[in-house]
Design a binder for this molecule. Structure first.
Ligand SMILES: O=P(O)(O)O[C@@H]1C[C@H](O)[C@@H](CO)O1
Length: 310
């Protein structure tokens, strides 16, 4: 795999560049937010907003995916004085060619700026017939085949004695933050069906799943599948941050139990008969972005409400 290699940048250079662009009240954000595909509208409810383009921050890469902006947004979120927050308006995916260390670099910068809680959002495909398009899935666990086979952002020399070498993942998705989320949904009077809980399968992409891959992921216990998030979760946990992940279901992953049989079709045709066959559906990034834009409002209200209750 060709990856653009992580730049040998010191964190201090990134932090200096960021802080020099911010007024004092935004320099130590408490909460970090990562915006998934089509979900960067959260910035519209920030107050005193300052946008810092990635190109102005040493060590940051460029976000190249449609629906992801190459900027950080800083501002105050929530009622009263507001909580200082930092948001990535676009993330880095390994399939864009970014090295895993570049993918998680902003998370480490967030931790060094003083962030304690990180709310990570993404667009994902549903593998679970009980979780329809438009549902927000509160992630309780993950299944990461790339991690199990050597694509783990924590691989490498253990250079920082402050960080754990062997990171446990049994409590990676903060029960405290998840509780706050469901309480926020109650306050916002969301319908019960608006939210679900589930397991996120991380795949490298950029191809969407083949039907057999979708069936496999479902059978091994995943509820939704996506191409991001898990590297960020691992780095955030390594840095000691509390993590919550919200997946917006933008499409169903096609999991046919039966395939269209061309053999049967031809045989029927030759015998002068017609057979009804299942027709394969396809997913597109445009569809993902359209659902993201349509449903982003609810996700943003939830995030704002949780931040308010921290
Ligand atoms: O950044 P996220 O995980 O929200 O983006 C998803 C996964 C792919 O990047 C893209 C596929 O449509 O959307």
């Amino acid at each position: 795999m060709v990856h653009s290699s992580a730049k040998p940048t010191s964190f201090q250079a990134s932090i200096d560049a960021i802080k020099s662009a911010l007024p004092p009240n935004l320099q130590s954000p408490r909460v970090g937010i990562i915006c998934g595909s089509g979900l960067s509208g959260i910035v519209d409810v920030f107050r005193n907003t300052v946008i810092v383009p990635y190109e102005n921050i040493p060590g940051f890469s460029k976000s190249t995916v449609h629906g992801h902006k190459s900027s950080l947004a800083f501002g105050l979120l929530g009622e009263g004085e507001g909580v200082p927050v930092i948001a990535m308006l676009g993330r880095f995916h390994p399939y864009e060619g970014h090295h895993l260390s570049s993918v998680v670099y902003p998370i480490r910068v967030m931790a060094k700026l003083g962030v304690k809680d990180v709310i990570i959002t993404n667009a994902a495909g549903s593998l679970n017939p009980a979780i329809p398009v438009g549902t927000i899935v509160v992630i309780q666990d993950h299944l990461a085949l790339p991690n199990l086979t050597g694509m783990n952002p924590l691989l490498g020399p253990h250079t920082d004695p402050e960080l754990p070498r062997f990171l446990p993942l049994s409590d990676a998705y903060s029960p405290v933050l998840r509780r706050l989320l469901f309480l926020a949904a109650h306050r916002l009077q969301l319908e019960d069906s608006a939210l679900a809980e589930g397991t996120y399968a991380w795949v490298s992409g950029p191809t969407y799943e083949s039907p057999a891959e979708g069936r496999f992921l479902r059978r091994v216990g995943a509820d939704v599948v996506g191409m991001s998030t898990v590297p960020e979760v691992l780095a955030a946990r390594e840095e000691g941050l509390n993590v919550m992940v919200l997946s917006l279901v933008t499409n169903f992953v096609v999991i046919p139990e039966t395939y269209r049989s061309i053999k049967e079709e031809v045989q029927a045709e030759l015998a002068g008969k017609k057979v009804e066959q299942p027709v394969a559906e396809t997913v597109s990034h445009e569809e993902v972005l359209a659902i993201g834009t349509e449903k982003a409002g609810v996700l943003m209200k939830l995030v704002e409400n949780v931040v308010n209750s921290l």
